[in-house]
Each structure stands twice: as structure tokens, then as C-alpha cells.
Design a protein around this ligand. Structure first.
Ligand code: TXA
Ligand code: MG
Length: 324
């Protein structure tokens, strides 16, 4: 059931978390599906509801800096610098895990992913529950993350409670930086830019080690739209003959965008914050209609554009091929 995130609803949700139940809640990035991170049975319910494979670990959400000592057993100086600068916010740090976090949360890894969301409802919920909350994005495994309460209910209809905090401000998931090895590594581009991180702590190693994948959820086709999706550099790259029956996912207005059956315009000015905030809702709308295929137009691959392009690449890798 969707309930506006009033103080009463947040208190009821916190009580459910304490009892070992699962609750969906808003964050600034996407909606999460939360349970008490210290309760393995509660966390197991998340995996069942999402149909998520047990090898894919969860992010633990905290309300304040003090709580991080409960979840992580150590925080290297560079991680501390990032936490000081970007928490609360769309940044997840992978750190050595504390004993109180059960193996099911980390899929057996000795590390734990940790973040403090920049959303009053999320933090009020964690604080009232009095425990860190483990939460993946509140979608079925392999689907695009939800940015509204209605998105959550559309996929996970059986949930007892979805706290409605309105549409998510950032709209794409958090940036994940791992500190388990000597050099910090970017495991997933997201709401905090690589440039802003490297300015503070120097160069990161990019991506997962191909030999030892360290962010097990980051499979190339992890998000698989039902319709064929092709990523193109420019609208002009799409031949006129291939536009009929096709939908266009367009970051900003473009004079070349003619002849398509449908256009999802992500911003009126190309601002990447706006493009990111609108991206997942637009993908959901596109998937709901029987377009012959979807063409997505690239954005510059810097700043927030890196995270946007990462999601678009995963979408095109997971989708059936466009028939020409
Ligand atoms: O913005 C977000 O991060 C959202 C909101 C709800 O906080 N959450 C989110 O969770 O995107 P999820 O489960 O969809 O993605 C978590 C990612 C997965 O790719 C997982 O493999 C990685 O974090 N992860 C979690 N624990 C890890 C660990 N110990 N080491 C490496 N990667 C980890
Ligand atoms: Mg997810």
C-alpha cells in the first residue's frame, strides 16, 4: 500500500522494520526496499521479493555518521574525506564489514557497501527504526530502478507499505567507490561525479577487475528492457527509413528529431541533472508501449553523463537487437 510519508507513516514503517518486515522508502537517488540490516531473516525477505540472486550484495543505509562505525569495521582516511564531503548524498563506500552485519547482506563478502541518503524521509525512517537499513533499489531484479512510489507498486504490488516521498531528485543510483584494496576503485558511476571524487582523493581505478568482479550486481546486461534499444551518438545517425514505428529517447531538443512514432524528451536545455532525474521514468513509459524499437541518443561522457551513459549502455546490452 502506498502512504504519503507523514510522521505517522514513517513511525509505522519504523515499527515494521523493527519487527523484521520489509518497507519501500524514498531516497534522493531511487526508491529502496528496506529491512533491518542486522536481521538475516528480514534481509532474506528482500531477496525473495525482488527475486534477486543471493550473490548480489545490498547497500546498508545509515542516518548519521556515528552509525557508520556500527556497519564498517574501518574507514581509511580517503574514505573519510569522501564521507565528510558527500554524505548525506548519492555516494556509497565499500569498506571492511563489522561483525553485526550478517553474511546475507554482503553475499558472503568481507566488505560492506554503506551510504547516508540525502532524503529526510529515509533518514527519519532509519533513525526511528534505530538500526541501519539494508536496501537495494525497489524493483524486480533486472528491471530499471523506481523513481516514484507508483513505480514500486507497479512491480512489487504485494508490499505492505511504500512510503511516498514524491519523485526522486537525483533519479539514478549512487556512485559506488570501493576501499577494499590499496587503490580506491569506482565500481559504479552515479549521482556523485568521478571528477568531484578524484579532485579530493586522486585517481581511482575504474571499473571492476575482470578476473575478480567486485560489484557482483554490475553485469553488462543487468537492466534488460523488453524492447530492442540502440544507443546512437546523434539523431542524424538514425536513417529516416528506420524512424517509423520507433521511439526516441532524447536528452535535449534536436531539430533532426523528425519522423519518429514517439519522442521522450528528457530536458529542454540539456542539463544532465534533469536528464538523469527523468531517465528511468521515461524508460518505463517507453517499455510499456509496443514500439518497434527504442533509439537512445548519447550524452557527453563526463560529469553526471558518465552515469547516464553507463545506464544506457546496460540497457542496450540487455535488450534484444534492433532489427534493421
Ligand atoms: O542509490 C542507490 O545506491 C540505491 C538506493 C536505494 O540507495 N540502491 C541501489 O542498490 O542501487 P542496488 O542493490 O540496486 O545496487 C547495489 C550495488 C550492486 O551492484 C551490488 O553488487 C553493489 O552495490 N554492492 C553491494 N555491496 C557490495 C560490496 N560489498 N562490494 C562490492 N559491491 C557491492
Ligand atoms: Mg538495483
Amino acid at each position: 500500500m502506498i502512504r504519503p510519508a507523514t510522521p505517522d507513516a514513517v513511525a509505522a514503517a519504523a515499527e515494521m522494520i523493527r519487527r523484521g518486515e520489509v518497507v519501500a522508502f524514498p531516497t534522493e537517488t531511487v526508491y529502496g526496499l528496506g529491512a533491518d540490516a542486522t536481521n538475516p531473516e528480514a534481509v532474506a525477505r528482500i531477496f525473495a521479493l525482488k527475486r534477486r540472486p543471493a550473490f548480489d550484495p545490498l547497500i546498508v543505509h545509515i542516518a548519521d555518521r556515528a552509525m557508520s562505525a556500527l556497519v564498517a569495521s574501518a574507514m581509511p582516511p580517503a574514505a573519510r574525506v569522501l564521507a565528510e564531503r558527500f554524505w548525506p548524498g548519492p555516494l556509497t563506500l565499500v569498506l571492511p564489514k563489522a561483525a553485526v552485519i550478517p553474511d546475507i547482506v554482503t553475499a558472503g563478502l568481507p566488505s560492506v557497501a554503506l551510504r547516508m541518503p540525502d532524503h529526510a524521509v529515509a533518514r527519519a525512517l532509519i533513525e526511528a527504526a534505530g538500526t541501519p537499513i539494508a536496501a537495494p533499489s525497489a524493483n524486480l531484479f533486472g528491471c530499471v530502478s523506481p523513481t516514484t512510489a507508483a513505480h514500486v507498486e507497479a512491480q512489487l504490488g504485494a508490499l505492505r507499505l511504500v512510503l511516498d516521498g514524491g519523485p526522486c531528485r537525483v533519479g539514478i543510483e549512487s556512485t559506488i567507490v570501493s576501499f577494499v584494496e590499496e587503490q580506491a576503485a569506482l565500481l559504479r558511476p552515479g549521482g556523485v561525479t568521478l571528477e568531484d571524487i578524484e579532485r579530493l582523493i586522486g585517481p581511482l581505478r575504474i571499473g571492476t577487475d575482470p578476473v575478480r568482479p567486485v560489484a557482483p550486481g554490475q553485469l553488462p546486461g543487468h537492466y534488460a528492457p523488453r524492447l530492442p534499444l540502440a544507443l546512437v551518438a546523434m539523431v542524424a545517425d538514425i536513417p529516416a527509413a528506420e524512424r517509423a514505428g520507433a521511439a526516441l529517447l532524447l536528452p535535449q531538443p534536436d531539430a533532426d528529431a523528425e519522423g519518429f512514432a514517439h519522442i521522450e524528451l528528457l530536458s529542454t536545455d540539456g542539463a544532465l541533472t534533469t536528464v538523469a532525474a527523468n531517465l528511468f521514468a521515461a524508460l518505463r513509459r517507453l517499455e510499456a508501449r509496443p514500439w518497434r524499437c527504442i533509439y537512445a541518443v548519447a550524452v557527453p561522457e563526463s560529469g553526471l553523463g558518465r552515469a547516464i551513459m553507463d545506464r544506457l549502455r546496460r540497457a542496450s546490452a540487455g535488450a534484444p537487437a534492433v532489427q534493421r
